[in-house]
Design a protein. Structure first.
Length: 316
């Protein structure tokens, strides 16, 4: 496993990280979840990502219990706040009240004294940015949080946060968590250049496009019975990408993967890691074997010929 600095911080994270969006606390039982987390840790993954809203806190509980057997300083624990956790008017957003209360609740569910990376899950237009940044800074000063980041913020929102933190002399955000893969490349134009300039690293989610980029789905063929697409608890977002055009492009990627002795999934992950501003790719897994396969993408360097051929396929 290779490691990269997260933004301009001194924090080093594994090129592949383990997430819990659709799995832990929901589609995968606790015992299976723990075996996956154990395998990730064994293979050198040190960044584990979750959120308070994933299965209403259960994903945090599962991840916290699984990691509790390991030294606390040996892994980086990331969670998030913003998305509604209840029906009350203050059960959502990035107000000082919600941030403080949800940080304490996450700490309790995770069973830890501090969170390594606390992320704003979305941008909150109802709360002044100054209030949000100051609340996050307070958590750092209290020792409850070590670093802060955001997820799915627009370029102008990131820039506002950077300038405001500098003006108020607050701890800067060090990460952004966007969706990024071969079929969703919106961050390349503005987010990545801005982030590279301002010291913000990307921790990308859905790097395999909900499994489309594993090569397991074939145009005009039934879904494999053990796949995410065949599981109603996990397939909510996958059908936006399940189009013959995309599946056909995946088929054309297979020869490139094979000549590099990679699976299509490994090729897709290595392609993302070609960007220096990407610190880590969050993978999801329902079996330990999937983690074993994906981590082999760490350290892979694709040639300029490979990258040009992939670009031609994706742009066709």
């Amino acid at each position: 496993m290779q490691y990269r600095r997260l933004g301009n911080s001194g924090l080093k994270v594994s090129e592949l990280s383990l997430g819990s969006w659709l799995t832990y606390g929901g589609a995968i039982d606790a015992k299976q979840s723990e075996s996956i987390i154990d395998k990730a840790y064994e293979l050198g993954i040190n960044l584990f990502d979750t959120a308070n809203v994933y299965h209403k806190g259960e994903a945090e509980r599962v991840m916290g219990r699984a990691l509790s057997k390991y030294p606390r300083d040996s892994y980086v624990l990331a969670t998030k706040v913003c998305v509604p956790m209840g029906d009350g008017p203050n059960d959502r957003g990035l107000s000082r009240k919600h941030i403080r209360e949800q940080c304490d609740a996450s700490l309790q569910r995770l069973g830890v004294d501090y969170i390594d990376l606390y992320q704003c899950h979305r941008y909150d237009t109802d709360t002044p940015l100054e209030e949000t940044l100051c609340a996050l800074d307070d958590l750092i000063k209290q020792g409850k949080v070590l670093y802060t980041g955001v997820s799915m913020w627009k370029a102008e929102q990131l820039l506002d946060a950077v300038y405001m933190a500098k003006a108020l002399r607050l701890h800067p955000i060090i990460s952004n968590q966007p969706q990024y893969h071969m079929f969703r490349r919106g961050i390349e134009k503005e987010i990545v250049p801005l982030s590279a300039r301002e010291g913000i690293g990307q921790i990308v989610f859905s790097p395999l496009a909900q499994g489309i980029l594993t090569g397991k789905y074939k145009p005009g063929m039934p879904f494999p019975s053990d796949s995410r697409a065949a599981d109603p608890e996990q397939n909510g977002a996958i059908f936006q990408l399940m189009k013959d055009e995309q599946l056909g492009k995946v088929e054309k990627l297979i020869p490139i993967a094979e000549r590099n002795e990679l699976s299509v999934a490994q090729l897709a992950l290595a392609w993302i890691l070609r960007l220096d501003n990407v610190a880590s790719c969050i993978i999801g897994a329902s079996r330990p074997q999937q983690v074993e396969e994906n981590v082999r993408a760490s350290g892979v360097k694709l040639s300029e010929t490979d990258l040009l051929e992939i670009e031609t396929i994706l742009q066709a």
